[in-house]
Design a protein around this ligand. Structure first.
Ligand SMILES: NC(=O)c1ccc[n+]([C@@H]2O[C@H](COP(=O)([O-])OP(=O)(O)OC[C@H]3O[C@@H](n4cnc5c(N)ncnc54)[C@H](OP(=O)(O)O)[C@@H]3O)[C@@H](O)[C@H]2O)c1
Length: 325
């Protein structure tokens, strides 16, 4: 089968389109013919081993352990291992292969059945592939870490990217009043997916407006943690999802201290692929409460270009890889 392979860490130039052996499903695995995959920041971080911690956290110390990237997939089940109960050949599925060694940037991938769900019938493979990692991260950030409640004032910083576009819609589905922070060219898009208010970060610094939020999800950009703290209501919660490394280290090192010594809670999200959460998102998709925003589509041989584009940090929604003929 054809796959995009990386033998060493580096920029997207190290990715090669190769002919490799088609995987065989283990007893608890499903073999999926991939029709579409989507790219996430995690893919280029693993590709570059950036931050270095990637190598120590199972990525492979000197060279990559898993040679094919790609977490999110959607496709058709081709074969199942003998212990698989939930799927059969022909089923259309989607999911996040993060806990099964990745491998979505290929014609076929094996995944444990718990990593997959039946694809909503009304969605295309491309739409379904855009969902799992970004939507489940947004859900876990808002609901689990952020304890979102109806009527709360919720601010999403970085509302126009992969995670942000899901976060805006999921926060609305919980009945929150949502403010999305993005740049000028994305204001209309973020409004169109349900944000009640939008703030153009090129014109206004929301941390200096005097407005207070019950929950802030920091998905992209950078503000010192003290600025985020000021923008929280007295019992507000701040969840760091992504953005600059400085933002991440401040949340990791100072967040626990701020949370222990005051009424505001500040912490960092570590999202995990999870079947129950994928099922929760599937219901929102089927109810039309969440619709993936797809920015660009690339073919399998163009994965390097897709990651180069994503790495620039200005995708408007999700970047999808199409494998269908
Ligand atoms: N903690 C976890 O478990 C977890 C899970 C998933 C993802 N993440 C992390 O979350 C981050 C975002 O992921 P993603 O998929 O949403 O990335 P993405 O799609 O690449 O984000 C791109 C978006 O970020 C916006 N952006 C760039 N600079 C900004 C700024 N200064 N202020 C506000 N928005 C800005 C861009 O809008 P403009 O073009 O308008 O600037 C663009 O729409 C990544 O760092 C990723 O590693 C973490």
């Amino acid at each position: 089968m054809k796959a995009i392979v990386y033998e060493k860490y580096g920029p997207p130039d190290v990715l090669q389109l190769k002919e490799v052996e088609k995987p065989t499903p283990k007893d608890d695995e499903v073999l999926v013919k991939v029709h579409a995959a989507s790219a996430n920041a995690k893919d280029w971080r693993l590709l570059r081993a950036d931050p270095f911690l990637v190598r120590l956290m199972g990525g492979g110390l000197l060279k990559p352990k898993n040679k094919i990237l790609g977490s999110d997939i959607a496709g058709r089940v081709e074969a199942v291992g003998r212990n698989v109960k939930q799927f059969q050949p022909g089923d259309e599925v989607f999911g996040d292969t993060a806990d099964c060694g990745l491998g979505g940037f290929a014609e076929y991938v094996c995944a444990r059945e718990n990593a997959l769900a039946l694809k909503p019938a009304s969605m295309t493979f491309e739409e379904a592939a855009a969902v799992p990692l970004a939507a489940v991260s947004a859900l876990q950030g808002l609901r689990d870490k952020g304890q979102i409640q109806p009527g709360q004032k919720v601010l999403i910083n970085g509302a126009s990217g992969g995670v942000g576009t899901f976060a805006v819609q999921i926060a609305k589905s919980f009945g929150a009043e949502v403010t999305g922070v993005c740049s000028t060219r994305n204001l209309d898009m973020v409004r169109s997916i349900g944000a009640d208010q939008v703030i153009d970060y090129t014109q206004e610094d929301f941390t200096k407006s005097g407005q207070r939020y019950d929950l802030i999800l920091a998905v992209n950009g950078y503000h010192p943690i003290s600025d985020y703290k000021r923008a929280l209501s007295p019992k507000g919660i701040y969840v760091m999802v992504g953005g600059s490394m400085a933002q991440m280290f401040q949340a990791m090192l100072l967040g626990p201290w701020i949370s222990m010594t005051g009424s505001k809670k500040m912490g960092i999200l570590s999202a995990k692929a999870n079947k129950k959460d994928l099922a929760f998102i599937k219901e929102l998709l089927e109810a039309g409460k969440v619709v993936p925003v797809i920015d660009r589509r690339y073919t399998l041989s163009e994965v390097a270009d897709a990651l180069r584009y994503l790495e620039e940090g200005h995708a408007q929604g999700k970047v999808v890889i199409t494998l269908e003929e």
